[in-house]
Design a protein. Structure first.
Length: 435
């Protein structure tokens, strides 16, 4: 985790103290279940909670023990025994390290997902607010980077709102898929521990029992989780690239907020660069990159190996922390985005009405021209305008083949900008509902 791109709430999920607290809760809840089943004394389970529930685990001490044992869970259990005393012999009975590690990892991932869902809600709120603000603000739609037909800026933001709504649904599904618990022993057979212990721990930790585990929880669950984060990052990048394009000097239809005292270049005092959206593009690349090792972690040897472990120690915190930062940056960017309707209109008019070419094509066919002829008539009048050699409407009115089918009034009617926006309300209702 790089501090520059880290927010405290998400970072705290991955801190050693948090991890050890979760490990303790798993062990203590398992002890409770074992006590109820009569496997260990009930007083021992009570003592474990009483002596360690409010303890601050000594991370340096655990690290010291691990340097000797070369085993992180044993190091923790040894330190826990130093706190709990003789009753610590009843901790971890019938369990294997992965029961603790995997259950803890899934607790961390579900907590991270909850923060990310909240982040997406903030992005959605910003997009909705600005979409309604510019619901009918005309702008040019582009395909291949070239002017196509008119849209509204509100529709551009509505597209993004719908995309992040899907992102939210995917993240909820990914959270559910990864929210499982395994307390099933060395190879997942429950040979040394009753399945009811797993059920008890799962409920206490806000998880559900893994239907069938080996020594580990199946990693296809985690692959889907991190793949979902990667898809969300791609949505972040798509919107960031749109803003970067719109801020180009030749376009300048929208612009990142530029605060008092902000500097854009060490060399050129006039610069106002889209640094936030460029940053989001880079962060999105990193989140996507973390999905690949998660997918490669699915294929482990037999009931378990630890080839996944080192990767997960990095991708767990890094992917969630980075996406958390990116989503919050995106929400602020959209909320403060500077929007320039006058420049949008100027760009709309740049091609002298060519953006209405499809309407002319359709009008000619409806008046009897073949589609091939109609396309030829419209295109041959459009190309001079493309080269800056005249006005589209004027050239059409002077074309005898066009005039065979369309009067001057018919031609003028096809240049109505508002015609393109007659279904904006319908689209908004589909995206935002009736309200």
């Amino acid at each position: 985790m790089i501090p520059r791109y880290t927010r405290p709430e998400m970072a705290s999920i991955w801190e050693p103290q948090t991890r050890f607290n979760i490990w303790f809760e798993i062990e203590a809840h398992a002890a409770d279940a074992l006590a109820e089943l009569g496997t260990i004394p009930k007083e021992a389970a009570k003592t474990i909670w009483a002596k360690a529930k409010d303890a601050t685990f000594d991370v340096a001490r655990i690290d010291e023990i691990e340097r000797e044992t070369k085993h992180d869970v044993i190091a923790f259990l040894t330190h826990l025994a130093e706190i709990v005393g003789p009753e610590a012999r009843f901790v971890h009975q019938g369990m294997t390290s992965s029961d603790v590690l995997d259950t803890c990892f899934n607790v961390q991932l579900t907590r991270a997902a909850d923060i990310l869902i909240s982040d997406i809600d903030k992005v959605l709120a910003a997009l909705k607010k600005r979409a309604f603000e510019h619901k009918m603000t005309p702008t040019i739609g582009r395909s291949h980077g070239i002017h196509a037909e008119p849209v509204t800026f509100g529709l551009k933001l509505a597209y993004a709102y719908a995309e992040f709504s899907r992102a939210r649904e995917r993240l909820i599904a990914a959270r559910k898929e990864v929210a499982t618990c395994a307390i099933s022993g060395a190879v997942g057979t429950f040979a040394q521990i009753d399945p009811r212990v797993e059920e008890h721990v799962a409920k206490a930790m806000g998880l559900v029992p893994e239907p069938v585990s080996t020594q580990v929880i199946p990693r296809d669950r985690h692959a889907m989780y991190f793949a979902t984060l990667g898809v969300i990052a791609s949505s972040v990048e798509r919107l960031a690239i749109e803003i970067r394009h719109l801020q180009r000097t030749e376009v300048l239809e929208a612009e990142e907020f530029f605060s008092e005292g902000q500097k854009g270049s060490s060399a050129m005092p006039h610069k106002r660069n889209p640094v936030l959206s460029e940053n989001l593009t880079g962060l999105s690349r990193m989140v996507r990159a973390y999905a690949m090792p998660a997918m490669e972690n699915v294929a482990l040897w037999h009931e378990r190996d630890i080839s996944h472990s080192s990767a997960e120690r990095m991708i767990g915190p890094d992917a969630t922390v980075t996406l958390d930062f990116a989503l919050m940056r995106l929400a602020g960017l959209i909320d403060k985005l500077l929007i320039y309707p006058a420049n949008m209109q100027k760009n709309l008019d740049r091609l002298g009405g060519l953006v209405h070419s499809q309407r002319l094509l359709i009008a000619l066919t409806q008046k009897g021209a073949s589609r091939e002829d109609a396309y030829k008539y419209v295109q041959r009048n459009a190309m001079p305008v493309w080269r800056g050699e005249g006005d589209f409407q004027t050239l059409l009115k002077q074309d005898p083949d066009v005039k065979k089918h369309l009067s001057d009034a018919d031609i003028e009617e096809q240049f109505d900008l508002g015609y393109h926006f007659k279904h904006v309300d319908t689209i908004f209702k589909r995206v935002f509902g009736e309200a």
